[in-house]
Ligand binder design. Structure first.
Ligand SMILES: Cc1cc2nc3c(=O)[nH]c(=O)nc-3n(C[C@H](O)[C@H](O)[C@H](O)COP(=O)(O)OP(=O)(O)OC[C@H]3O[C@@H](n4cnc5c(N)ncnc54)[C@H](O)[C@@H]3O)c2cc1C
Length: 406
């Protein structure tokens, strides 16, 4: 099998997986992605908008339909059993062709490996095919109005009821909940146990009676995350993942499953935006002056270029550690702070260079300005989601520097 033999139809991933060397795999994938993504964009009705959730979901469906899902899963569950190195190549090449991230990221990246690790055979058979095909979208119901950084304070409760549990509570910031079919929920099953000991990990069907999903409008104008209310929702006993009251252990393990590849698409985007900002800074005004003539601006850009390089090295180190099977360590916190804060600095710089263009009504902006403005607004969330910068600094202080708990 050679790179040239992989067609745009059928299970392209299966054909690519048969290529014996990683470089051949990369070239085959690049070719397939380039063609499939260009065709998808061309055929999208009314002009492609890579930021729209419908567009993102339809592209994710296309990838799944051609076998590009379950890349690291065992073959017996429909996966491709690709090495971590090949999964990394997929994420690099996907970002390289500027294809957008999907909307079932939580299903593919977090729930599927968690099911493979902790699920019963019946649960794997029931839930993995829906993720593989993207037929079932998942969301993550951890955070609550009083439990974000301090996740162990979860108050949503699941009481024993005939045939399972009765769920009552209120989750917030639940990404993609209004598109999701299922939500994995951290709920208190033992109110008397110490905070993180009485929690269970439940798989909740969002079409169940008593579930209400309310989208929250964000700074970007979209409503990507939601509030989710549970009122006397019946959760069948076979939707408990792992043992009762062991939910904390599962939630902590779930957070580590993506660590080898999580930053790859984000760093590729960082490098791409860095290049866009460089080109913008070089554009001269009618008097022949360009923002790049300013030494302080060049200094800021050079620092960001160094950030991009160092983040790339950190990502490679994380991939190597995950490939060796090393347990996740506190170094992930350093990468999270570094990436999210550098990304905010990069997009602040891009806005300064764009100047009043960024303030024009959306309809009058060109694609590049609209993209950078959207990325700037979205980046405000990046120092909050998946653990705030303050919490990451606490982890580094306590686990790396050995400082006493504050
Ligand atoms: C875009 C986005 C998507 C998200 N998606 C999901 C999702 O799909 N599912 C989900 O469950 N959650 C999701 N979240 C929620 C996210 O996990 C929480 O916002 C995050 O954990 C912070 O919790 P909080 O918002 O309650 O803030 P709080 O925990 O109330 O923190 C408020 C402020 O106090 C600081 N702080 C808190 N405790 C300490 C401390 N011990 N030391 C120092 N400072 C402290 C924080 O750093 C922060 O600045 C998402 C959030 C965002 C922004």
């Amino acid at each position: 099998m050679s790179a040239a033999q992989i067609s745009g139809d059928g299970d392209a991933a299966l054909a690519a997986a048969a290529i014996p060397d990683d470089e051949g795999f990369r070239l085959a994938l690049r070719r397939w992605l380039g063609q499939a993504h260009a065709r998808f964009v061309r055929e999208w009705p009314g002009g492609a908008d890579p930021r729209s959730l419908d567009f993102r979901q339809a592209w994710e469906d296309t990838l799944c339909a051609h076998g590009w899902s379950g890349l690291g899963w065992p073959r017996e569950h429909g996966g491709k059993a690709l090495s971590l190195a090949r999964q990394a190549i997929f994420h690099q090449e996907h970002a390289r062709c500027r294809a957008p991230l999907g909307v079932n990221l939580i299903g593919h990246g977090i729930l599927a490996p968690t099911l493979l690790h902790f699920g019963s055979e019946a649960q794997k058979r029931r839930f993995l095919p829906g993720i593989l095909s993207n037929r079932e979208i998942w969301c993550q119901g951890y955070s609550e109005p009083g439990a974000g950084s301090d996740l162990a304070s979860v108050r949503t409760r699941a009481e024993a009821a005939p045939g399972g549990y009765r769920l009552n509570g209120h989750k917030i910031w639940t990404s993609f909940a209004d598109r999701a079919h299922w939500c994995f929920v951290l709920a208190r099953t033992d109110p008397c146990a110490a905070a993180h000991k009485g929690l269970s990990f439940l798989l909740v069907d969002l079409s169940s009676p008593g579930v209400r999903v309310e989208p929250i409008r964000q700074l970007t104008g979209e409503a990507e995350f939601c509030e989710v209310f549970f009122e006397d929702v019946h959760v069948p006993a076979d939707c408990l993942l792992g043992a009762r009251d062991q939910g904390w252990k599962i939630a902590m393990a779930a957070a580590g499953f993506e660590r080898g590849t999580y930053f790859i698409p984000r760093l590729a985007r960082f490098a791409d935006e860095l290049e866009q900002v460089r080109a913008l800074a070089g554009r001269a005004d009618p008097w022949g002056r360009a923002p790049a003539d300013s030494p302080p601006l060049r200094h800021r850009w050079a620092r960001l270029a160094a950030d991009s390089h160092v983040l790339g090295l950190k990502s490679e180190r994380a991939l190597a550690a995950a490939s060796r099977g090393d347990p996740p360590g506190p170094e992930g916190s350093s990468t999270k702070i570094h990436w999210s804060e550098a990304h905010q600095r990069l997009l602040e710089l891009s806005l300064e260079i764009l100047g009043q263009e960024a303030a024009l009504p959306a309809a009058s902006q060109d694609e590049e300005t609209a993209g950078l403005l959207h990325a700037y607004l979205w980046s405000r969330a990046e120092t909050i989601l998946a653990g705030t910068s303050e919490i990451q600094r606490n982890i580094i202080a306590e686990r790396v520097l050995g400082l006493p708990k504050g």
